[in-house]
Design a binder for this molecule. Structure first.
Ligand SMILES: [Zn+2]
Length: 170
């Protein structure tokens, strides 16, 4: 349980119409795994909205950060994660299909409740990039620039020494 968040999505949330605002600690999320790790907390801002046709929607954002080894510079990278949530909330598959392909739907029956924390974690997983990587501007260019000359230097040294040696012998 995360304070400020109900355990399940159910119809009462739409009757109340109040936004679900909470900070979900990284420790509450168990399915984000290597090469990523969760850090800090995730800001959840979800709005149960009823439109003019009486249809129920869940809209909002989930944002936070993950860390992982950048596959470009091999330094630890902090990667922002932002999920946009926009679901039609329906009581049957048939009703859900009416929203496709323009909208994803969430099936919310009385028997089959949607655990909110699972939904939040799913959204974070979907928002992860394929591999951990800094943004272009944050990627440590110093390390990349330094790495190249070091390799060159070690390659060249034996020849420099050889040249010195030949000079001495002359
Ligand atoms: Zn990088």
């Amino acid at each position: 349980m995360v304070s400020g968040l109900p355990e399940y999505l159910d119809g009462r949330l739409w009757t109340a119409g109040k936004p679900l605002v909470a900070e979900v600690p990284a420790s509450a999320l168990r399915r984000v795994s290597a090469p990523f790790r969760t850090v800090g907390s995730y800001a959840v801002d979800l709005h149960p909205v009823t439109d003019e046709f009486g249809r129920r929607w869940l809209k909002g954002t989930i944002s936070g950060r993950v860390r992982g080894i950048c596959q470009r510079c091999l330094e630890d990278a902090e990667i922002p994660v932002q999920a946009q949530v926009d679901y039609a909330c329906v009581k049957s598959e048939a009703q859900g299909r009416e929203f496709e392909p323009d909208h994803d739907y969430l099936l919310m029956t009385d028997e089959d409740k949607v655990p909110l924390l699972d939904l939040i974690e799913d959204e974070i997983l979907l928002a992860l990039p394929m591999i951990p990587r800094h943004s272009e501007e944050d990627c440590a260019p110093a390390n990349v620039a330094e790495a190249a000359p070091v390799v060159e230097e070690t390659d060249r040294k034996p020849f420099a020494d050889l040249a010195d040696l030949l000079k001495k012998q002359e």
